[in-house]
Unconditional design. Structure first.
Length: 269
């Protein structure tokens, strides 16, 4: 019997309780803590999954609530195969959006993209960048650089803003600054349950996902999809933790980016 509880934020599964009831036999109580709304949604999922004997949602500390749902169990400590029971087969799925940061080259600033756009082909753009880098490595003298700027750069009729942006880039390089940090997002899916019931995305490690593919995950709540930003998502390798013989936790991360390079990552999923 599989019971899937989907939430977009904070509900947490607590340690189960075992007991015995006259006329029913051994029981196990699954317990969760979260907001009143999250507990209510979890209870609905458990009832739909079937097998609930009785349940309650009770006030807890800090404005949270505790959901307790009782099921029948085979015996008090183990199943027929001797594995410690951790409750009916459950999968608790939690989605979250976390903050992160990525480092980007100053060449990726839109101001510098506008300067590079003066050169119509990728080959000419690469020569432009190489010339500047040679100048700062000391492989190009000041006289050679000035000559190159007056002929190669000025003949493309740059605007005053483009000239100023090129000068500013040189100033930043002179200070040893070649990159900047940008706030980014990490989308995280955490699942707790029987290992055979958890989603395994190992086959797509280090692949780029489109937003459409990511939000198509059946476990993602509809309300959470609006919090997934436009862009692309690099899938990290999942983190796996064994909680007991019958319950594992799998945490899957996707790193957001506004763009991607197919030459490096291949076509997106």
């Amino acid at each position: 019997m599989r019971k899937i509880i989907q939430t977009s934020s904070g509900i947490r599964q607590l340690e189960p309780k075992r007991g015995y009831r006259d006329g029913i036999g051994y029981t196990i109580e699954l317990r969760y803590r979260g907001t009143q709304l999250e507990c209510g949604q979890a209870l609905e999922a458990l009832v739909i999954g079937g097998g609930v004997i009785d349940a309650s949602i009770d006030p807890d500390q800090g404005g949270l609530y505790t959901l307790t749902a009782a099921f029948s169990a085979r015996n008090a400590t183990t199943d027929a195969g001797g594995t410690p029971i951790s409750g009916p087969e459950t999968v608790v799925t939690t989605w979250s959006r976390q903050t992160s940061s990525i480092e980007k080259s100053l060449w990726e600033l839109q101001k510098m993209r506008d300067v590079i756009a003066l050169y119509p082909t990728e080959e000419l753009q690469a020569q432009f960048r190489t010339t500047l880098e040679k100048y700062f490595r000391g492989d190009l003298s000041q006289e050679e650089y000035d000559t190159w700027v007056n002929i190669n750069f000025e003949e493309r009729n740059p605007t005053t803003e483009q000239r100023n942006n090129l000068k500013k880039l040189l100033e930043m390089f002179a200070k040893g600054v070649e990159s900047y940090r940008l706030d980014a997002f990490i989308i995280q899916r955490t699942q707790v349950g029987a290992p055979e019931s958890l989603i395994n995305n190992d086959a797509t490690n280090n692949r780029i996902w489109t937003r459409a593919t990511l939000i198509a995950d059946a476990t993602m709540p509809a309300a959470f999809k609006a919090s997934v930003p436009t862009g692309y998502f690099l899938q990290y390798a999942a983190e796996l933790n064994v909680l007991d013989n019958a319950k594992w936790q799998v945490t899957q991360l996707w790193q957001w980016s506004e763009s991607y390079e197919s030459w490096i990552w291949g076509e997106p999923i």
